[in-house]
Design a protein around this ligand. Structure first.
Ligand code: FES
Length: 158
C-alpha cells in the first residue's frame, strides 16, 4: 500500500469515527421525545416495597420476556432510589452519552460513567462530561405493594 492510499484510508477512518461519536448521541436524543410522549405502556415488577429502604439507592435488574418475540429475554439494569415512603426514582444504568453502565458512588452521591467521564448528580442531572442530557428515568408506580416500571418509558437503547 502506498503512502497516498494509507493517508486516504486514515482520513476516511477518522471521519467515520467522528461521525459515529457525534451521530449516535444526537440520534438517541432526537428519538427521546417520541418515547417520552408515547402512550404505549409495558409495566414490569421491580420488587416489593419492603426491599427498598427510604433514602437508599439500589442497583436492580429486571428480566423481560417478550411474548411477541417468542419469549425472547432481555434485561434492564436500573438504579432505584426510594426518595420518600411513596416516591421512587428509577434510573436506567445506561449513560445518556453512549450507553455505558453508570456507577453510583455513595460517598459523593453522584453517578459516574467509566467510559468518557460523564458525571450525574443524585437527581440524574448532568454535571460534567460529554453527555448532552441527564439520566433516563423510568415511569414507575406502586401496585399491591410492588414497585413497577414502564419499560417503554425510555428509549430501547437506554
Ligand atoms: S458513555 Fe460516554 S460519558 Fe458515558
Amino acid at each position: 500500500m502506498d503512502r497516498r492510499k494509507l493517508l486516504t484510508l486514515t482520513v476516511a477512518g477518522t471521519g467515520c469515527a467522528i461521525a459515529g461519536a457525534v451521530g449516535v448521541p444526537v440520534l438517541i436524543n432526537m428519538m427521546a421525545p417520541a418515547f417520552a410522549e408515547s402512550d404505549i405502556e409495558d409495566w414490569r415488577p421491580v420488587g416489593p416495597l419492603t426491599d427498598f429502604p427510604v433514602g437508599a439507592m439500589q442497583n436492580r435488574e429486571v428480566v423481560i420476556s417478550d411474548q411477541k418475540e417468542h419469549h425472547k429475554l432481555s434485561r434492564r439494569s436500573l438504579y432505584v432510589w426510594r426518595r420518600s415512603d411513596q416516591e421512587f426514582v428509577v434510573y436506567s444504568r445506561a449513560c445518556s452519552d453512549l450507553g455505558c453502565p453508570i456507577v453510583w458512588d455513595q460517598g459523593s452521591e453522584w453517578f459516574f460513567c467509566p467510559c468518557h467521564g460523564g458525571i450525574f448528580d443524585k437527581n440524574g442531572e448532568r454535571r460534567a462530561g460529554p453527555p448532552q442530557r441527564g439520566l433516563w428515568k423510568y415511569s414507575n408506580r406502586i401496585q399491591n405493594g410492588v414497585l413497577e416500571i414502564n419499560v417503554r418509558s425510555v428509549p430501547p437503547m437506554a
